[in-house]
Write a protein that binds this ligand. Sequence first.
Ligand SMILES: *Cc1c(COP(=O)(O)O)cnc(C)c1O
Length: 202
Amino acid sequence: MAVSKGQSPDKIREASASGLTRFGESYIQEALAKIDSLADLDIEWHFIGPIQSNKTKPIAEHFAWAHSIDREKIAKRLNDQRPEHLPPLNVCIQVNPTGEVSKAGISLDQVPSMATFIDSQPKLKLKGLMSIPPKSDQFDQQQNIFNLVQLAQINLSDIGFDVDTLSMGMSNDMEAAVSQGATILRIGTGIFGPREIITSSH
Ligand SMILES: *Cc1c(COP(=O)(O)O)cnc(C)c1O
């Protein structure tokens, strides 16, 4: 997936013309302006940023996926606000495998109960797990953390959840993520170069 936060609509248009179809955005106001101005293109929009409860409605209305679910309250609001005429919103549970403080995501042992809750919501489709590990330039370290996420995903499958997505790996750790089974890499600067738009409001 091309992470287009901080990139202009023209750059997204160019990326779309060269064949990319999935784009990820982190800030709702910035995203809505782009979704509107690029409505003529065939793009699948993914929300990957932190989700505050007062921002769930536009996410439920304008996105195909939300990768950053880490609270039942947010999942419930997205379900309730998903328009009837749209298919269920595809969602990933964001996990924090190392328990880093100040980072979003639930601990790995909470994953099955969150998955059970999401499965009970008719307008949500649980796809799998998402993670943003601590920054590290060491391949082994990156790999070890992605491996924990992969094991949690395998456990979900083993206990009966129909999941097929591991959203992990960014520009600086994509090789380690691929080695541990990533199915969606979220690549921003590696595709577009440095970000141009600085969004201060989430
Ligand atoms: C910005 C962002 C990315 C992309 O990061 P790059 O280093 O530019 O590839 C991926 N995932 C999330 C959640 C992001 O916020």
